[in-house]
Ligand binder design. Sequence first.
Ligand SMILES: [Zn+2]
Ligand SMILES: [Zn+2]
Length: 299
Amino acid sequence: MEPQAGPGQIALSVRACGVCRTDLHLRDAEIDAPRLPVVLGHQIVGVGDDGRRLGVPWLGWTCGECAFCRSGRENLCLRARFTGRDIDGGFAQRTVADERYCFELPAGLSDEQAAPLLCGGLIGYRALRFAGDAQRLGLYGFGSAAHMICQVAVHQGREVFAFVRPGDERAAAFARSLGASWAGASTEQPPELLDAAIIFAADGELIPRALSALGRGGTVVCAGIHMSTIPPLDYDALWQERSIRSVANLTRSDAEEFLALAPQVPVRTTVTTYPLEQAELALADLRSGRFEGSAVIVP
Ligand SMILES: [Zn+2]
Ligand SMILES: [Zn+2]
């Protein structure tokens, strides 16, 4: 059935929709989907009936009233609704979105190239902000988000150290091609201590590893929505003002800031496209790390 736009909403023809690890976690019931069945997909590039091209991100609706909404932290809204979890998403030909949470996209990027900016890019950028002014930055898990954030970090004059699955030479070479000054296995120590590390992978074992790669005062930023259990930690690993923090969702101002910055870098996305009928294959390939960069569904 064709989704119908209610008040304040816009109906969109989906041109492209990025595939995110969160889609996989929802698919595998590692995170709860309160409303089932639901159409997955929260990195939607769509065109309205008026011809406007808009991007629809994960943050689909906020209440505007809770303490978080009123203090510039709508990403933490107590009643937030998320695209592809609480609201039907973009693994579809048509979708409907609240216009207040849609964004104009950089003109120089095709629909497929723009789609990954809408989650990996936006939430990755929020994570990068929490890395502060770290000069030596580690990126653990070199998938969709990291391949964009590496480019932004290099553009900002930072030195990037990319950590990939042990033995994944192809991912290490991909990271170097995007400006990482060092790339190695996530089990390795980097050649220098890091000022901050962002973990994009869902593996809790990476937290103690990333902490051991940090210098004094360094921060580990966990950018994912789900992680496997974190192993026990000696306090020594945190001592000297090291910290661990998570990043949840995005605010609309994160989106505005990142979508303005992306064309200046310029962020170039590496995408593998799949037709809508092969959405399951795209998720399976993401699970097994079969492609570099981002997967995008093109209905
Ligand atoms: Zn996502
Ligand atoms: Zn709220």
